[in-house]
Design a protein around this ligand. Sequence first.
Ligand code: CA2
Length: 147
Amino acid sequence: MPSLLILNGPNLNLLGTRQPEVYGRVTLADIENACRTKARNLGIGLDFLQSNHEGVLLDAIHAARGVHDGIILNAGAYTHTSVALMDAIASVALPVIELHLSNIHAREPFRHKSFIAPVALGQICGFGAAGYGLAIDALLEHLQGGA
Ligand code: CA2
């Protein structure tokens, strides 16, 4: 049975509490519950983690090797700054889907740059909390050898 790691970066613990016009009213706990329910229904393993610390995210990516089959990563603002996350993803050789709640390409120019995109399988952005379910489906499709 495949096992996926969903990693969330800085400030995503604040979801649902501020800036609902940008990020919606759903909390990260709501998203985690929905992902866990979906994983149970699909019969797959799932770990779900949020950290405000770049090093914790790096350690989680390193530790995923040999444990998980793929990673869904919403790196938050580190997306636009972190060569270290890019290098970690490249080094573990696991399929990674870059995920964002908002459409980063329709926002400020500094959000258009992603250090994750060049080492990711693909990117899902702009679909709010629904993006997490879409990312699970896309990663499973990839792992099962689909198109
Ligand atoms: O759209 C996304 O998912 C982002 O990864 C969210 C990051 C942002 O820096 C990226 O450019 C796009 C920010 C997450 C902050 O989340 C908050 C939620 C509620 C209140 C304040 C921040």
